[in-house]
Design a protein around this ligand. Structure first.
Ligand SMILES: N[C@@H](CCC(=O)N[C@@H](CS)C(=O)NCC(=O)O)C(=O)O
Length: 217
């Protein structure tokens, strides 16, 4: 069985949990501290030399780090319930949307970046908070436009009537923003899609507060 090194608060692991559930793939969660003791981090670096979550253990010869690499692997290995669907243009649209979260937003607001601002740059809480919110809004604004600009259709999810990689990447980002009390009034389409996703069991079972390690907080 696949093993996912995960943490309930990890946005990147949240994406992978949703994808695994949407595809109906069974996996074992290996709960790994995000800011655990140095010794734990050292032993985890034998799994993923970057020390970041998630990592997917496939077998003794293959451990995949980087959520986008894991998502691509799952898409190729389990194509029956695709998360990249539609025609070539639609698939490109889905990828572009997903990359706003994966490539442009999350790396700026990651724990190690916020810690570096605090510990090495001496940035006060209010300014770190302003940084964090700035980059979230810098993503949510264009994401809202990309969805709101689509021709009116019947679909409840980002680009179609069933979830795609775009939804897989949107939901963890919004969930994290909600956890930190970021105002999302300016993004009615994103909120509508978010609610539609949360009505599905695959998304519910991946949510941070349904993970066993959330009780440790
Ligand atoms: N680009 C990586 C980012 C992974 C990442 O930054 N994971 C975070 C949790 S979401 C982490 O492990 N942070 C620990 C830290 O910052 O020290 C991916 O998509 O997998």
């Amino acid at each position: 069985m696949l093993k996912l090194f995960t943490h309930h608060r990890s946005v990147s692991a949240h994406r992978v949990r949703i994808a695994l559930n949407c595809k109906g793939v069974a996996y074992e969660s290996i709960f790994t501290g995000l800011d655990g003791a140095a010794a734990d981090r050292q032993s985890f670096r034998r799994i993923n030399p970057e020390g970041l979550i998630p990592a997917l253990w496939v077998d003794d010869d293959l451990v995949i780090s980087q959520s986008s690499a894991i998502l691509e692997y799952l898409e190729e290995r389990y194509p029956e319930r695709p998360l990249l669907h539609g025609d070539i243009g639609q698939r490109a649209r889905i990828r572009s949307f997903a990359q706003i979260a994966i490539a442009d937003t999350h790396p700026l607001n990651n724990l190690r970046v916020l810690r570096y601002l605090r510990d090495e740059m001496d940035v006060a809480y209010d300014h770190r908070r302003a940084w964090f919110e700035h980059w979230l809004h810098a993503a949510f604004g264009p994401m809202e436009s990309l969805l709101a600009d689509q021709p009116a259709g019947e679909h409840s999810f980002c680009f179609s009537a069933r979830p795609s990689l775009a939804d897989v990447c949107l939901v963890p980002q919004i969930s994290m923003a909600e956890r930190y009390g970021v105002r999302l009034d300016a993004y009615p389409t994103l909120r509508r899609v978010y609610r539609a996703c949360l009505s599905l069991a695959a998304f519910q079972a991946a949510a941070p507060d349904t993970q066993s390690d959330s009780h440790n907080d």
